[in-house]
Design a protein around this ligand. Structure first.
Ligand SMILES: Nc1ncnc2c1ncn2[C@@H]1O[C@H](COP(=O)(O)OP(=O)(O)OP(=O)(O)O)[C@@H](O)[C@H]1O
Ligand SMILES: [Mg+2]
Length: 413
């Protein structure tokens, strides 16, 4: 079927989508090259044509990932084979950006279809949460068809606000609590972030956050930004991202510093390039700044036995393989006042205090998590004077320099 790829009300390109597979099989006229998703214009090609494979990768990347918890059951309920075919059923509309596809024979406008202003159906969310009635004729108009990430999640309109509800994983279902703990830490440190709260559905915990994207801003992930140009030989992942943002006029170093510090404190294992990014004005394409920090739940040894909290091997993303290495990328700790986290242990215990919590995180585990955070803050505070001393010796280097940072010789693991 023929569609026009739209960015709000701007016609970007004519495309043909195979309804059976959801694949873009033909790209027609391009009307607004600058509004194409980043990285789909072949960078090395003389004629700068749109790369069909790259556009498909972007389009398929809008669908619910095959790794989503409970997706097989959901597909069975819906009677479909894969999540890509859901995309056209909601016109590819999302609550995280402003792209969509308009059937060629229609005169729909962004105002008439977008989910920021228009209500959406609960059906797909119910299917994803395993609570849908199979006999229903499903209404597919839902931003849940375009939501990313592995955890079970759904969008809900709560008191007129678009909110994302996210589950945890068995057995501890710790991620929703972790989101709240990260919010408390970020609040105390004064770092711009998406605030998360906790709710319970059928006696299971979920995190709730409001949509941080608006009609005038959209999220462009670091992963997509890094498609703008290939990594230079002298760039590592950190410099690739920082330099691209600098080329776009945004200095991300202060926010990356803060994100790395948070991830060190909470032992975050999943800060992949899809879990941070920039905000852009969809109309003017102006870059607004670093998106508020979000998705902090895969942390605090969420899937490890209580006895292994603080000792089990930790993953670290995106720039280095260990948090000890990654914290050395922080350009300055001048802004960081760790005394603001005095008493954080009590705040953490309070997050786990509801009666219902004990089925998932008992008091012993809650205590171990609180002690872990305290230990990591203390370890971090030991490093800070070391770094400040070394920076005061360094007068002619403004840029964050990884090799230099690595020579600080901080005692971190
Ligand atoms: N509050 C929000 N407002 C707008 N978009 C959001 C919001 N929270 C998340 N998103 C979008 O939804 C995606 C999935 O959400 P999130 O990263 O929180 O889920 P996840 O399942 O924990 O992801 P992962 O696979 O990284 O573990 C994000 O990458 C982002 O694009
Ligand atoms: Mg995520």
């Amino acid at each position: 079927m023929n569609y026009t790829l739209m960015h709000k009300n701007i016609s970007v390109a004519d495309i043909e989508i195979d309804e059976d597979t959801g694949v873009i099989i033909r790209i027609g006229d391009i009307f607004a090259k600058e509004h194409l998703p980043l990285g789909v214009v072949h960078p090395l090609h003389h004629k700068e044509t749109v790369d069909k494979a790259a556009l498909n990768k972007w389009w398929m990347g809008r669908s619910i990932p095959a790794s989503r918890m409970g997706i097989n059951e959901a597909l069975e309920t819906l009677g479909i084979y894969n999540t890509q075919v859901l995309l056209t059923k909601c016109l590819g509309l999302s609550l995280s950006d402003h792209y969509w596809v308009r059937p060629s024979d229609s005169d729909m406008t962004w105002e008439s279809v977008n989910f920021f202003d228009n209500d959406f159906s609960d059906d797909i969310g119910d299917v994803l949460f395993g609570s849908a009635d199979k006999s229903l004729d499903f209404d597919y108009a839902s931003p849940d068809n375009t939501s990313d990430g592995n955890l079970q999640k759904r969008w809900k309109i709560i008191d007129g606000e678009r909110c994302l509800l996210k589950s945890g994983s068995a057995p501890y279902r710790q991620q929703p609590f972790n989101e709240v703990i990260a919010s408390v830490i970020l609040d105390k440190l004064g770092i711009d972030h998406v605030p998360y709260t906790l709710t319970w559905i059928d006696n299971k915990p979920y995190s709730v956050c409001k949509d941080f994207v608006t009609k005038n801003s959209e999220l462009i992930s670091a992963a997509r930004l890094m498609q703008i140009r290939p990594k230079e030989n002298n760039e590592n992942g950190y410099l690739h991202f920082v330099n691209i943002c600098k080329e776009l006029g945004i200095d991300v170093v202060p926010m990356i510093d803060r994100m790395i510090v948070l991830d060190y404190i909470i032992a975050n294992e999943d800060r992949h390039y899809g879990n941070f990014g920039l905000l852009r004005d969809p109309d003017t394409l102006e870059w607004i700044g670093f998106a508020p920090i979000f998705d902090n739940g895969t942390s605090l040894y969420y899937d490890k036995l209580t006895t292994q909290i603080s000792t089990a091997n930790l993953k670290c993303k995106p720039f280095k393989k260990t948090h000890g290495e990654q914290i050395r990328l922080v350009s300055t700790f001048e802004w960081l006042d760790l005394s603001k986290l005095d008493g954080i242990e009590e705040d953490i215990i309070a997050v786990f205090s509801s009666d219902k919590t004990a089925d998932f995180v008992d008091s012993e585990r809650a205590g171990a998590i609180a002690a872990l955070v305290r230990k990591r803050i203390d370890r971090l505070s030991e490093m800070i004077p070391v770094q400040k001393d070394i920076q005061s010796l360094d007068t002619d280097e403004d840029e964050p320099n990884e090799d230099e940072a690595e020579s600080y010789g901080m005692k971190i693991e």
